[in-house]
Design a protein around this ligand. Sequence first.
Ligand code: FES
Ligand SMILES: [Fe+2]
Length: 450
Amino acid sequence: MKMESSNGKAGSIEQLLSTVERSIAKGLVPAAIYSNAEIFELEMERIFSRTWLYLGHESEIPHPGDYVVRNLGAESFILVRGSDGESRALVNVCRHHGTALCNGERGNATSFRCPYHGWTYSNNGELLSPTAAEGYDAYGGTLDKSAWGLLQAPKISRYRGLIFVALSDEAPSLDDYLGISKWYLDILSNKCDGGVEAVGPPQRWVINANWKLPADNFVGDIFHFGNVHLSVGESGLLGQGPAGLPTGANVWTEQGHGVWFSRRGIPEGGDGLSMRSYPDSLRASINRRLSAQQLATLAWSLYYGGNVFPNLGYFDTMLPDLEGALTPCVTLRLWVPLDFAHTEVCSWFMVDRDAPEEFKRRSYHSYMRCFGAAGALEQDDVEVWCRVTRAAKGVLARKMQLNFTLGLGAPGVEQDFPGPGPATISNLERAENNQRNFYRRWLEYLRNET
Ligand code: FES
Ligand SMILES: [Fe+2]
């Protein structure tokens, strides 16, 4: 399969993928994968149409009729709680002539009426009427309405309130797909009986960066903390310096997911769990709901985050609120690919539903200060992701092999780490195992034609 590259030069996707295959084992990644339009198309076809994709959270649509519109690349879904109480991912395309049905970002509706000819669907997805005019049926009763309801995502499944869809019937069960990631997601989402809730709509913004760069960053890049975010730390915005144990753990999974833990900020002999300023009621439920190993994992670190392959990032950390007091906060991130050089970021503030309002308010401020669209840490990261994407378009740069060798050959499993899965502990807190694993899995999908 010879294809024209995005840069107008004759190229071969197979050749590029073969280069990636040879490179990955040596910890190298060709820069061209960030700037090649055909690679992007292949990613849409062989990754995003096969994996589970995060769509939203149950708490975003608590009442019958509540809906949010979510775009996943070219796909658009209305994630809606029907009048029957069931949450569904309706394909946001009218069955008549294919108009995008719902333009609003969120709301509450008993039905959706197409702006073109007026076909009207219930919030359960059924076709109610093939015309907007009440009492008038343009089809004279001949249209089988039961056959013309809105399409739905081939698969929809939930884990701890997180709603995922798959665009293919062939996708494995969500349970199998997430694997040991569930154990780690539980630490984030299962601290209280009510679980976590998404507060408000996600902030959304478009970055001039390839979608793999934020995914790669969240899946395991602890290395960048001490450099790109150095000035934020020095400014005092993070509330404390880099003191503490310079140790971190990277955990990766067969499916391409990864989670990392940093001991930064924990003094020798300290305990990351007791350092987390949870209110007493939340601390009591954390102790009750999490397993001893999960509590030990929280105690082992002060910051952790990860990425569920391909494009759901998360971060559960301690950051200063408006008064400068370090406060736990959680964010979920969706990296929505638009084209090879543009990605829409959806950023949710998540908080334990049963936590006191005062804690929720402080936690929100911590999130906004560091991770909102104008967050101090956010700005740093986006700038470098855009720079990588821009640079990778260069004739010389796209021939470059980028270096992901950090930690290559380091011991695969650290017995002292309390969580499951292969983990590498680095006393420099830095290793690129998770990123190598992410690109390994990425390549497997791209090479698999069936
Ligand atoms: S395209 Fe929707 S009613 Fe015609
Ligand atoms: Fe960062």
